[in-house]
Design a binder for this molecule. Structure first.
Ligand code: 13P
Ligand code: ZN
Ligand code: NA
Length: 283
């Protein structure tokens, strides 16, 4: 069955590798991620944003993830990504998600602490793990747009206090990555990452990792990142494959034909990321 991310992330942190938090959007992308996990004997974090939960339904996401967890026989986490709405968190907890992110990064310090604590209380009572965010990560993730001037890198001392006061299981930090496609190559503040990793005793999460050069990813893992979120690179692969399949054969009307290849392309990207994150064989 599905598991929470506690032990998987602690093991990644101790072992110097990272789990992928792969954003999924439909059945085909869920299958692509799980199949890659199966082939590489890698634990898998499937993550759905609030928009994906609305699109597919929390019940259906849980049912698909559970069925695939049985087939794949590798640990699978179903994680709610970037939730800001407490009711949606309650719904996903009830439905059978095993991990949630409460994103209070736009809130004032006190309010972020208060609501994150509330989520931790609820989630822990049901055996789920909680990720929170401190600082502000740039770019656009669905409806959340953070402009360059609103970006706020995570302060190591604040991160330490935040983790102590909230009891979160992992922390998403802002060190120069951004959601979506980069206009210029991102510069990660690795010194800051090092300082945060020393100050904080829970696994750290890197968001906005699509488009970050491989060398920077490897370096960030060695400095203390234990979970890496990938959404855009999977969306780009899916869209490109569907577009080319439909354009190549405009008369094709069998969705299984054009989706099968696209699903394979998403799986290839997930496989590359798994190798890069050092997570092969860790299941
Ligand atoms: P990217 O879309 O840049 O990969 O960011 C993913 C992410 O952080 C999901 O939470
Ligand atoms: Zn994110
Ligand atoms: Na990105």
């Amino acid at each position: 069955d599905l598991v929470n991310s506690k032990e998987l992330l602690e093991r990644a942190r101790a072992g110097g590798y990272a789990l992928g938090g792969f954003n999924i959007h439909n059945q085909e992308t869920i299958q692509a991620v799980v199949e890659a996990g199966f082939e590489h004997r890698a634990p898998v974090i499937l993550q759905a944003t609030p928009g994906t939960v609305k699109y597919t339904g929390s019940d259906l996401l849980v049912a698909m993830a559970r069925a695939l967890a049985i087939r794949a026989n590798v640990p699978i986490v179903l994680h709610l990504d970037h939730a800001t709405d407490l009711e949606l968190i309650e719904e996903c907890v009830k439905a059978g998600f095993t991990s949630v992110m409460f994103d209070g990064s736009r809130l004032k310090w006190e309010e972020n602490i208060r609501l994150t604590r509330w989520v931790v209380g609820l989630a822990h009572s049901k055996g789920l793990t909680v990720e929170a965010e401190l600082g502000r990560i740039g770019g656009q993730e669905e409806v959340t747009i953070v402009s360059d001037s609103e970006v706020n890198y995570t302060d190591p001392g604040d991160a330490r206090r935040f983790v102590q006061e909230t009891g979160v299981d992992s922390l998403a930090i802002a060190i120069g990555t951004a959601h979506g496609v980069y206009k210029n190559e991102p510069k990660l503040d690795l010194q800051r990452l090092e300082a945060i990793a020393l100050a904080v005793n829970v696994p750290l999460v890197l968001h906005g990792a699509s488009g970050v050069p491989d060398a920077a990813i490897t370096r960030s893992i060695s400095l203390g990142i234990s979970k890496i979120n990938i959404a855009t690179d999977l969306k780009l692969a899916l869209a490109a494959a569907l577009r080319s399949a439909l354009l190549a054969k405009p008369e094709e009307n069998d969705p299984r034909r054009y989706f099968a290849k696209a699903r394979g392309e998403v799986k290839n990207v997930v496989s590359q990321k798994m190798r890069l994150f050092g997570i092969e064989g860790r299941a």
